[in-house]
Design a protein around this ligand. Structure first.
Ligand code: TYD
Length: 212
């Protein structure tokens, strides 16, 4: 039997944005588009993605806690996710599409809640030194529009979704600042448009970045 050598490393793609920005259906469409290109893709989410991470997610979304506890639990879930799932998949040549990653901690805990940037940077450097997604898509839209979409969904809001307008303004501003700091990696998607237009944009971005 001949060896075909190690598989090319997979790509790591993340989706970000304030609550109610409409990521979920677009993530599913992006995964389907990648699969249509013959790519072996795993879909995951943060906080979560592993049995332990999903248990931490329950606490993070529903249990009151100190701001720094929240930030550390986000990174604890992420550490597990990287070790148990993301890095093994990428090493085996599979791609991983993830609903949120560390940009969300920057946006929500630093921007939204006011965690010191140095503390975020220390945690990020501890948990994934030198590692970032290959591509990050930030779904951007005004918090008032996102709030109206969420109100229409009828779902019971979690600890983050119950936050007020100015919290989401800060989260949005932090995402956009993060995008300005990493223009090669992060693309901002205007999420206020019709779903078909957003979907076409994403498919074009994926093609430009990975298939051309
Ligand atoms: P999400 O999966 O988008 O929620 P939903 O299932 O309701 O669509 O994200 C869960 C929440 O966690 C979201 O409000 C943002 C928050 N979050 C942080 O505050 N920091 C983080 O690092 C991550 C990954 C998520």
């Amino acid at each position: 039997m001949t060896s075909s050598g190690p598989a090319a490393r997979g790509r790591f793609i993340t989706f970000e944005g304030i609550d109610g920005a409409g990521k979920s259906s677009q993530i599913a469409a992006a995964v389907a588009a990648l699969r249509a290109h013959g790519i072996d893709v795993e879909q995951s989410r943060e906080p979560g993605g592993t049995p332990l991470g999903e248990r931490l997610r329950e606490l993070l979304l529903h249990e009151p806690m100190h701001l720094e506890t929240e930030a550390m639990l986000m990174f604890a879930a992420r550490r597990e996710h990287l070790a148990a799932r993301i890095l093994p998949a990428l090493d085996a040549g599979r791609w991983v599409v993830c609903d949120r990653f560390s940009d969300a901690t920057y946006a929500y805990q630093v921007g939204g809640r006011g965690l010191a940037h140095d503390k975020f940077a220390a945690l990020e450097d501890w948990v994934h030194p030198g590692f970032q997604p290959d591509l990050t898509l930030i779904f951007d839209l005004p918090p008032a529009v996102a709030a109206a979409r969420m109100a229409g969904s009828g779902a019971t809001p979690d600890r983050f979704e119950r936050e007020q307008h100015d919290f989401f303004e800060r989260v949005r501003a932090a995402y956009l600042e993060r995008a300005r700091g990493a223009p090669q990696r992060i693309r901002v998607i205007d999420a206020g448009r019709a779903p078909e237009l957003i979907r076409a944009d994403i498919e074009r971005l994926l093609a430009e970045r990975f298939f051309v």
